[in-house]
Every structure is written in structure tokens, then in C-alpha cells.
Write a protein that binds this ligand. Structure first.
Ligand SMILES: [Ca+2]
Length: 527
């Protein structure tokens, strides 16, 4: 039977945060009052408030990296992070697509609570309402320097959408970030430009950028009219404007000087992130690094092409791993490694053919992207929402494996507690402070968790201990076997994750009382 869901109201994390923030200051003052030599102060422990890097992978599955079972894709940096930190085996993203997970990771609210938080189109206005408390604004309020580098995909600008040739507000700078270097949407959608703080980087005013969802001129080259010239063919959708030999979702013209080459994305972001870390080594900082790997189009830098036998999808995992390694290298160079908390996660589970012919299916071989689970991106089976999640903070975290439940929606309150930030009343209402789970091997994780798909079809997963309920209002879902063909589903399915992690046996009929309670608990949680 499910246990009573309990609200985790704990004052311990707040107390720990206050003490860890204040004690060294008090000790330092005392020593100074007593007239100690300056060298005495230098021997005191480093400040305990950690620098924080949230390293978000895109579409990375539970089984895609070595420390979670992959055998044929080398991921030494992720594996080292796992062996030196907490490797969570029940680490979840809150949704099985990009935008809703990113929304909830920053706001601490489940995305289904707000309409229009599904995958954001190229001209989407900012979907985070102005004035929202975010993970970044919380840490900024506690004196942290903050930056987001990578894929945004949460819309930009006011109700009319982004003013591509003007100021892109509201945007990250309005949600607590001091600095950003972003891909505005996602790379299978237009446009291929960087947003630097609140403007398109390197835009020539004489060549204005236009973005739209209809063909701008009759002769505008697209993936349909110029398919034979593409360097990576599309398999479904993704057949509008062509840039760098790849056709995308949506149309754009102009901004040629500002356009990036897909192959260089990781290099740009790693270079920017490393410089930003070096520039802010003296202050506590929060870096939200959102790689585009391994989302489609999977176009790695030439030096990673062929790194695995699994084609571009496998090679992109190697590139992702390289990015992490470069950031860790910089932390070490700056002597920041010991007191930096690196949290690695993914925004949703794996997908193979997601719109381009990149041999993801043909070259899969024995590789198992969702590991022991069923499903992936677009559905709420475990493979869609349970992904690698690693927390490494050498100064404070004891390396271990944890089966406790933790979700990306918990990052705002958890990191606020570690930073000593005060969360305003009513903010981050779905976020649970799990700072004790990071610091104390005997601490517990979430008692219950709701997960969703892209948000329109009434698909929810509800986990409470060993039990998992899947509710499917539409009666169908795709990507259950990592193929996008839709599968029919009953409205409710109940699984015992301890006995059946692969969610193969629906227990609704054999355990009707538990099923009924779980249906009610889910309903209460989403209302
Ligand atoms: Ca994604």
C-alpha cells in the first residue's frame, strides 16, 4: 500500500545553510580580533557555499553512458563524475520533452500547471511569466553570479514573440541571469544564431533576421525543394529552411553573418563557459550549462565524427562527455573543483529517429539507450523521465549510489538551501528541498513525484515508493520501443517498479485498491 504522502517540512537544511554560511565569517572575525597573522586566516576551510554548475544534457537516456551501463560509448568524464559523487538511480526530469522540463527546472513548478509550456516554436514569446522566482534569481539574491550558456528553448520576448533585430526581453536577464550565450530554441528549429545577453550576436543591421512559419518567397530553398543537396537528410518534418546543409522546422532569412555552424556549437559554449568561470572565480557562481547534445540534428565537430560505432548519436554522447571534461578541467585549473557542486542531468529520455536520417536505429547495435526501462522521449514510462543524474561536490558529498527519488524540479529549493537563499512564499511550489539528501547518506528523497509528457494529452506518471501509476487520457503514446509509431494504452496502468522496473505487467486489475489510491493521489497532486 502506498504510504501517506508527507510534506517534507524540515528546518535542518535551512539551519545547515545558515550555519555553514555564517560560521566561517564568525570564526574569521574572531581570529582577526585576536590578532592572528593573516596566514592563520588562509588556513581556514574554503567557504562552504558551493559554486554550482547544472550541466543539462539533451535527450540523453539512462543507459547512454558508461556509469549507467553503456558498454560501447566511452564517457570517461561522466563516469568519473559518477564515481566521485552521488550516482542517482532514481533521478528524474519532470517531463519527457525539452521545454516543460526546462521550465520546471528553473521555476520549481510542474509545467502542467501553466498552459503553453509544451515544446516552444521558434517565434514563441517567453513562457516564463515576468516576475517569476527562478533558480537563477534565488541564487543571485544570495550573492551568486549567474549565467546560462547553451540551449534555452523557453521562448523570448513579450506576447508578440521575439524581436530578433532588437532587444529580446523578457529573457534570461529578466529571470535572474547576469549573462547568457544561447541558442534561442533548439537546433532542429530555426534560427541558427546565438543570443548574447539580450541581442542576437553579430547581427549585421543591413541583413536583418526574419523568422516565420510560412515560406517567405516562392523560390526559398527548403528541405523539400533542395533535398538532394542536404548533407543530412530529413526523415519526417524538419524540411523547411536549409542552413549548413540541414533543413529545419520553420523558416528564416537574413542574419547570415550571425549564423553558427552546427559542428561548432559545443566548442563555442565550452569556450564561453570556461572564460566565464575564470572571470568569476572569486565569487560564488551558478552556471546553467545546457548542451544541445544529443538532440537532433546530431552534427558533431569533425574531430568527434566516427568516435563510436553508433553513428552521430553515439558520437554526440562522446562530444557531450568532452564538454563536461573541459569544464571540470577549468574548475581544477582555478582551484574551484573542491567547492563546486556539479549536477548532471538530462531534460528527457532517449529517442532514435527524431526527424533526420542519422543511422540512429541502423547503427544502434547492442547499445541500450533506456537501459532497464521502457520508453523514452515523448512518453511517461520510466525511460522517458528517468535519466542519468549525478551530483558531485568533493568538499561535501560522500561518493555513493543512491536509489532515493530526486527530480530536476527540486533543484531550485535544494540549491537555494545550499546557497543560503530565502525562497519567497508561494514560489517554487512543487520543488522539494533535498539538500540533506546530497549531504547525508542516510537522508530520504521525495515521497512522491508527478511526471508528464509534452503536456497536451493528459499523460501523467505518478510514483510513490515502489508504485508507479500511468494515466493516459488520450489512450496512446509513442516511442515505447524507441520507435515513434503510436501505441494504444489503457487509461490507467499500475506497475511495481521494484519487481518490474521495465513496466511490463499492468497490476490495475490485480491490485485495485492500490490503483484507486494512486489515481486519487495523482489527481490531488495535479489539481
Ligand atoms: Ca530534450
Amino acid at each position: 500500500m502506498p504510504t501517506e504522502p508527507t510534506e517534507r517540512i524540515s528546518f535542518l537544511p535551512a539551519l545547515v545553510a545558515i550555519l555553514t554560511v555564517c560560521l566561517p565569517t564568525i570564526c574569521l572575525s574572531t581570529h582577526r580580533t585576536l590578532g592572528d597573522e593573516p596566514t592563520r586566516a588562509k588556513s581556514l576551510p574554503t567557504p562552504p557555499r558551493p559554486n554550482v554548475i547544472v550541466f543539462l544534457a539533451d535527450d540523453l537516456g539512462y543507459g547512454d553512458v558508461g556509469s549507467y551501463g553503456a558498454k560501447s560509448i566511452p564517457t570517461p568524464n561522466i563516469d568519473r563524475l559518477a564515481s566521485e559523487g552521488i550516482r542517482f538511480t532514481s533521478g528524474y526530469c519532470s517531463a519527457s520533452t525539452c521545454t516543460p522540463t526546462r521550465y520546471s527546472l528553473l521555476t520549481g513548478r510542474y509545467a502542467f500547471r501553466q498552459k503553453g509550456t509544451g515544446v516552444a516554436p521558434p517565434n514563441s514569446p517567453s513562457i516564463i511569466p515576468a516576475g517569476t522566482t527562478t533558480l537563477a534569481s534565488l541564487l543571485k539574491s544570495a550573492g551568486y553570479k549567474t549565467a546560462v550558456i547553451g540551449k534555452w528553448h523557453l521562448g523570448l520576448g513579450g506576447p508578440k514573440g521575439p524581436d530578433w533585430n532588437g532587444t529580446l526581453r523578457p529573457g534570461p536577464l529578466d529571470f535572474g541571469f547576469d549573462h547568457c550565450l544561447l541558442m534561442p530554441t533548439t537546433n532542429d528549429r530555426v534560427p541558427q544564431v546565438f543570443v548574447h545577453d539580450d541581442r542576437v550576436l553579430g547581427l549585421d543591421p543591413a541583413d536583418p533576421l526574419w523568422v516565420g512559419d510560412t515560406k517567405p518567397t516562392e523560390d526559398h530553398p527548403t528541405g523539400i525543394t533542395h533535398r538532394d543537396q542536404l548533407k543530412m537528410n530529413w526523415s519526417h518534418g524538419h524540411n523547411a529552411t536549409i542552413h549548413n546543409g540541414v533543413s529545419r522546422i520553420g523558416f528564416y532569412t537574413g542574419g547570415h553573418q550571425a549564423r553558427f555552424r552546427d559542428e561548432d556549437l559545443s566548442d563555442h559554449w565550452v569556450r564561453e563557459a570556461n572564460q566565464w568561470i575564470r572571470d568569476h572565480r572569486e565569487s560564488p557562481f551558478f552556471l546553467y550549462f545546457c548542451s544541445h547534445a544529443i538532440h537532433v540534428p546530431r552534427i558533431v565537430h569533425e574531430r568527434f565524427a566516427g568516435a563510436t560505432a553508433h553513428g552521430p548519436r553515439g558520437d554526440a554522447i562522446v562530444e557531450l562527455d568532452w564538454s563536461l571534461g573541459e569544464l571540470i578541467k577549468t574548475l581544477k585549473e582555478c582551484n574551484l573543483d573542491e567547492n563546486t557542486l556539479v549536477l548532471l542531468c538530462s531534460d528527457n529520455g532517449p529517442v532514435l529517429d527524431d526527424g533526420y536520417e542519422d543511422r540512429a536505429i541502423e547503427a544502434l547495435g547492442d547499445h541500450d539507450p533506456n537501459g532497464p526501462f521502457k520508453g523514452g522521449k515523448y512518453n511517461v514510462f520510466e525511460g522517458g523521465v528517468r535519466t542519468p543524474m549525478i551530483a558531485r561536490w568533493p568538499a561535501k558529498i560522500t561518493p555513493r549510489v543512491s536509489d532515493e527519488v530526486i527530480c530536476t524540479v527540486d533543484y531550485p529549493r535544494t540549491l537555494a538551501a545550499l546557497a543560503g537563499a530565502v525562497v519567497p512564499e508561494n514560489a517554487c511550489s512543487d520543488s522539494v528541498d533535498l539538500s540533506t539528501l546530497l549531504l547525508d547518506p542516510s537522508a530520504k528523497g521525495r515521497s512522491h513525484l508527478v511526471v508528464q509528457d509534452n503536456g497536451q494529452s493528459g499523460s501523467f506518471g505518478y510514483r510513490e515508493g515502489r508504485w508507479k501509476l500511468i494515466r493516459s487520457d488520450s489512450g496512446r503514446a509513442s516511442n515505447l520501443e524507441l520507435r515513434l509509431t503510436p501505441t494504444k494504452l489503457p487509461k490507467y496502468q499500475l506497475f511495481d517498479l521494484d519487481a518490474d522496473p521495465g513496466e511490463t505487467t499492468n497490476l490495475v486489475d490485480s491490485h485495485p485498491q492500490i490503483a484507486e489510491q494512486m489515481v486519487q493521489r495523482l489527481q490531488e497532486a495535479i489539481e
